[in-house]
Ligand binder design. Sequence first.
Ligand code: NAD
Length: 270
Amino acid sequence: MGDMRLAVVGAAGRMGRTLIRLIAGSAGVRLAAAVERADAAEIGTDAGVLAGLGGLGVTVSDNPAVAFAGADAMIDFTTPAATVAFAAAAAEAGIVHIIGTTGLSPDDEAAIAGAARRIPIVKSGNMSLGVNLLAGLVRQAARALDDRFDIEIVEMHHRYKVDAPSGTALLLGREAAAGRGIDLDTRSVRARDGETGPRRPGDIGFAALRGGSVVGEHAVLFAGEGEVVSLSHQALDRAIFGRGAIRAALWARGRAPGLYSMADVLNLPA
Ligand code: NAD
């Protein structure tokens, strides 16, 4: 098999530029296409130049159909609306779709699951090895500690992040809920303000901080009587997400259609 040909959508974004740099420096993959919104100023620019490298001979395009014709996989860190459209386009083109976009609604998730009947899709709110390892540890801790330990999830991200809580915080919340055998949607507390009353035992609380250039920090606290257990992860460089996404694309090559997670890619225990 030759190099896997990767299309990066959202090429001018923070993750898009990171991916272009990583693909250029990784064995076994090459940049086949770079796609941006039709009204993006970067259309027509060389993707390598956009990412701070020399020219790569791949021009940023606003035509996904043409871009995907020469690709084996698409890596997508964009917006929920764009990702739903790209999932349909990937299914049409018969290529692997790697989804890092967060803030997806239940309807978006359903549309993506529909596309995954035709192609392999790997979707994760966090593509890093460390966070996926942390997710397993959180599930284990939640299983071991009953609801005398209150679970609170605290996250901080850079000032440009548009969704809250982060996809990673929700991923960790789902693991904690699974460990406890409860439903996150009915037991999560997303915000507190004013006269909230005492904390309900068994709820899972979220707090989101935004500021500066913080790449991503997450802590899951298990607060009991007289002791607090804290499990945490710090992302120091967004390259960890890009490397995970490239690894996911290589893993998904030639696989049966389906919706896969990073736990599948990294072969972590469920
Ligand atoms: P960003 O705003 O810097 O980049 C998004 C890019 O997508 C922009 O350049 C935008 O123009 C482009 N875009 C939007 N609609 C498009 C369309 N229809 N066609 C082509 N391009 C389009 O954002 P970012 O910081 O790179 O993050 C992007 C997403 O990835 C967010 O949802 C973020 O939460 C998520 N993210 C996930 C992980 C993970 O590991 N899963 C890690 C980091 C970021």
